[in-house]
Design a protein around this ligand. Structure first.
Ligand code: ZN
Length: 174
């Protein structure tokens, strides 16, 4: 089931989400819903706070080669356990900040540890777009948005645009 995505500014996007309790069918269902919501958007990553759920779960699939098999990943309690000194700049976007893109610099490679949907611990090295995406999504669990890496002026301009977008959308619905 698709879920509505919160749009910045929203206090629920600025909170640090608590660690997950034990895995449950409800949480697995949430992961499935988030993947469906992400693919439909379309997007390459989504974090639970973006659908208003205050817990440490992210989903992502950064396969972009045409015709390549999808790789839907659901990570419970993900954490970056190592990062490279080498850095990379990507033009990032976010489903909670529609149609806004900006260059963000992050470590080029990261090692991430997480619990998979079967409750097993996983660890993997990510680079390229996957590295950027997984760091962006884990940031969401700590109340950090990609615009927080921009200058205060840029951030203000974007936030103002989003306030207007939300007003326009609310008016359309009314
Ligand atoms: Zn995002």
């Amino acid at each position: 089931m698709k879920r509505p995505i919160l749009i910045h500014p929203d206090p629920r996007l600025k909170k640090t989400a608590p660690q997950l309790p034990d895995l449950s069918d409800d949480l697995r269902r949430l992961a499935d819903d988030m993947l469906e919501t992400m693919y439909a958007a379309p997007g390459i990553g989504l974090a639970a706070p973006q659908v208003g759920v205050d817990t440490r779960l992210i989903v992502l699939d950064c396969v972009k080669e045409e015709g390549a098999a999808p790789r839907p990943l659901a990570m419970f309690n993900p954490e970056v356990v190592a990062k490279s000194d080498e850095r990379n700049i990507y033009d990032e976007g976010c489903l909670s900040i529609p149609d806004i893109y900006a260059d963000v610099e992050r470590p080029a490679e990261v090692t991430v540890r997480w619990i998979d949907r079967n409750g097993a611990e996983q660890q993997e090295d990510f680079d390229g777009l996957w590295a950027t995406c997984v760091q962006h999504e884990i940031d969401h669990l700590n109340g950090i948005l990609f615009i927080d890496y921009l200058t205060p002026l840029k951030r203000q301009l974007i936030t103002r645009k989003m306030v207007k977008l939300k007003k326009d959308r609310a008016r359309e619905k009314a």
